[in-house]
Write a new protein. Structure first.
Length: 424
């Protein structure tokens, strides 16, 4: 099978590695890829948002399957576009309707409400009913959660302790803090608990497979302090997500989500990311994403024992129920090395040196680029994720931290407390 993977981050690097391990993979292209994805396939200088260019590439190279790594092209309708032009092409990712689960938080919250899926109490507001928004804020206990309705590159959520500050921030969001994405703002009740991510692959016909769960670490500072990032590390399995808890997730969240999509005639074939929170032993949904998470993918893919190409083909063709998804018994942990200054301003083009092929650890490249002479340099905020296996999370993290210490570039930063909150 000839496969085109869209994206350039650590997530796509991990997916590319897993695809390349499949005997089903005849050819793999990554568009645009990064400084590390070329070890698994061939990088192609195409933007995931260049629909016409992607379509031409599919035609010229007789591509059998397109795997959409990030959310932007999905929300913009890439599956609808490609399927209208290539009748036999398999596309892994939801159509425009399904992509609303991430593209609109207002849509997602109403979807959960319609199908009895546990989530925080909420209301959505625009500049036209800001007085009602103030009343709703006053009915809540702090902290106050404000979410931009649309895509905001992972930065559209504010959690604020002070009521007056929350009202001020609400007005700034509605006034364009996140551009058009915050023309509507969802205000939510704050849920207290510990978060985790659950990933489901589904086929549009009711068939689904639950992949290994993970927990990521969003804040830049140790002890979960400072600004939100795209993710500073992840672990899998999650110790508190035992068999009883995961059964609740499947019964209360996964099954109603899959059935709700069918009931609403949404042809969803691809990954669903469930951002969950454990509230006193009960799972509740914080958010849906319509693709794999990053950096969770960097621990989920290494723990997946089954052939990813078989699973994605089953999802795209609608026969996923016939294909097993098994997890490896080992723990996996990833630590993200980031540029100095991230998630604020940071320099790019800094040379990366050190041990870039460590024994016992996989380096998933994220914000890296290879210059024409082969020099590896930084090209983003999150640079490299170091992932290792272990008999438990403590052992896996020990290996990953050793690998991280051996990567060198000016301004390098990483969190030293990944997994500590779950006993690693």
């Amino acid at each position: 099978m000839k496969i085109l993977l869209l994206g350039s981050g650590g997530r796509e690097c991990a997916i590319a590695r897993k695809i390349s391990e499949s005997p089903r993979c005849e050819a793999l292209w990554i568009a645009p890829g990064n400084g590390g994805t070329d070890q698994y396939g061939k990088n192609v200088a195409l933007s995931p948002m260049d629909f016409a260019g992607i379509s031409e590439f599919v035609k010229d190279n007789k591509v059998d399957m397109v795997v959409v790594g990030n959310e932007d092209p999905l929300v913009a309708g890439i599956r609808n576009y490609l399927e209208s032009l290539h009748k036999h092409l398999l596309v892994v990712g939801p159509d425009l309707n399904g992509a609303q689960l991430e593209g609109s938080k207002d849509f997602a919250k109403h979807f959960m409400e319609r199908h009895g899926i546990p989530t925080a109490r909420y209301n959505s507001y625009t500049a036209d009913n800001i007085d009602m928004a103030d009343d709703f804020l006053e009915s809540l206990k702090p902290p106050y959660v404000l979410k931009a309705d649309g895509l905001a590159a992972g930065k559209g959520v504010l959690i604020i302790d002070d009521l007056d500050e929350a009202k001020k921030s609400l007005r700034e969001m509605l006034g364009g803090m996140f551009g058009k994405s915050s023309a509507t703002v969802v205000i939510e009740e704050f849920l207290k608990g510990i978060e985790l991510s659950v990933f489901v692959l589904t086929d549009g016909n009711g068939g689904y497979r639950i992949l290994p769960e993970a927990k990521d670490y969003k804040r830049i500072g140790e002890g979960d302090t400072g600004l939100n990032t795209g993710g500073m590390g992840a672990v899998s399995p999650v110790p508190f997500a035992d068999k009883e808890f995961m059964q609740k997730v499947e019964d209360r969240i996964v099954k109603p989500t899959i059935q709700g999509l069918i009931n609403e005639n949404i042809d969803y074939r691809g990954f669903i990311f469930l951002g969950l929170i454990n509230v006193d032993g009960d799972p509740m949904v914080i958010e849906y994403n319509v693709r794999m998470g990053d950096p969770e993918t960097e621990v989920v893919m290494p723990r997946l024992a089954s052939d990813l190409v078989d699973l994605m083909e089953g999802a795209a063709k609608g026969n996923l129920a016939d294909i097993p998804a098994e997890a490896r018994p080992e723990a996996a942990a990833t630590v993200m090395v980031v540029s100095g200054g991230y998630p604020g301003s940071y320099k790019k083009g800094i040379e990366i040196s050190g041990e870039l092929n460590p024994e016992g650890t996989i380096l998933f490249h994220a914000g890296t680029k290879k210059l024409p002479d082969g020099t590896l340099v930084t090209s983003g905020g999150r640079v490299i994720a170091a992932t290792s296996y272990g008999k438990d999370l403590t052992e896996a993290l020990g290996k990953s931290y050793k690998a991280v210490e051996d990567i060198n570039f000016d301004g390098k930063y990483y969190r030293r407390d990944i997994g500590k909150d779950v006993g690693a």
